[in-house]
Write a protein that binds this ligand. Sequence first.
Ligand code: HEM
Length: 405
Amino acid sequence: MTAARTAPDILSAEFAANPYAAYRIMLDDTPLIWHEAMQTYIVSRYEDVARAFKEPTFTTDNYDWQLEPAHGRTILQMSGREHAVRRALVAPAFRGSELERKFLPVIERNSRELIDAFRGAGRADLVTDFARHFPINVIVDMLGLDRGDHEQFQKWYMAIIGFLSNLSQDPDVTAAGIETREELAAYLIPIIQERRANPGDDLLSTLCAAEVDGTQMDDEDIKAFCSLLLAAGGETTDKAIASIFKNLLEHPEQLEAVRADRSLIPRAFAETLRYTPPVHMIMRQPAQDVELAGGVVPAGSTLTCLIGAANRDERRFAHPDRFDIFRDDLPTDTAFSAASKHLAFALGRHFCVGALLAKSEIEVSVDQLLDAMPDVRIDDDVTPVEQGVFTRGPASLPVRFTPVG
Ligand code: HEM
């Protein structure tokens, strides 16, 4: 019998450089870990992570300290009826006709404008010139806020995502997150009050008017939700766009298949979400002692669920370390719904509200980027590297191409 390998440390430099090697050890040998410095239990296997997302015993009370200081109280912390009502208030804006009619033109325009800035240059960094700005610009536009404030939003966005990823609790990063909460409130509350008086055809006005069973959101609720959107809808999609291009550029035959048949973009997106999910870990707080992964996770403790590991569990996916948009164990028709087989959008009650919006953003932007860059390739002598532990994506993605026309 071989001795079990030591449990990897998710705060170590080795883990940050290559979490996938550590995930393999966890999946094989240490499916339940106690991390002393982070004061958290950690699970990695698909079955355990999926259970933690689906069973109500695993509450989201951890967001009281993880998110509330930066955003105020948001939907992610809610449970039971309060959560169901809040979901019913916000979800319609992000699906179906509302998404198609109002927001598709916004998505197309914002993608085109960013590409226009580099389409003649023959080179671009797809992270800094495109991915980092596109989803934030879309959200600012959807909310009907001043497009001149894009840069200000970019600053708030960077402070908020810094706060959320602050696993080692750096005090300066914490302070910047809390300051952003105050600045964002000072900016947004007067605009929300204005929209209540003079509603328009924008998302902010829709949120002000939304009513379910006699319940409406107050100004603070709406401000907190907008703040959450910057992180939940910004950083995630930012990382997803960069990752889909990195994965395709590193697999040129799959890139060419997608270029030739754009209906494959959702497949490439689903496989990117499995193989390199933007959010690698999500936390939960059990309400009771729970038996999980061969041990007991006590009531009130923090449980870290490794999405990045679960998505590479060979008990669930064949050849999990292979990027293959044609794999037959990841159906695309469910990949953007709560019946999804990958766990990148979580599962259960808190399943990502913006999954269909993210799909539209990826479909439009990948299609436009492929048109603008007919022979796109990674810049000479560059090996793109992934960065981040909590959320993860390419740090930069410099490409070259022959300009069209
Ligand atoms: C590729 C892009 C995206 C990824 C990977 C992603 C991932 C996730 C995950 C993992 C959760 C569950 C969190 C938990 O259970 O603790 C979530 C929830 C959520 N996401 Fe996304 N997301 C993406 C895009 C978006 C977009 C574009 C929006 C904008 C509307 C959005 C808004 C939300 C909201 C509001 C929630 C909270 C839902 C609830 O608590 O009921 N996300 N997302």
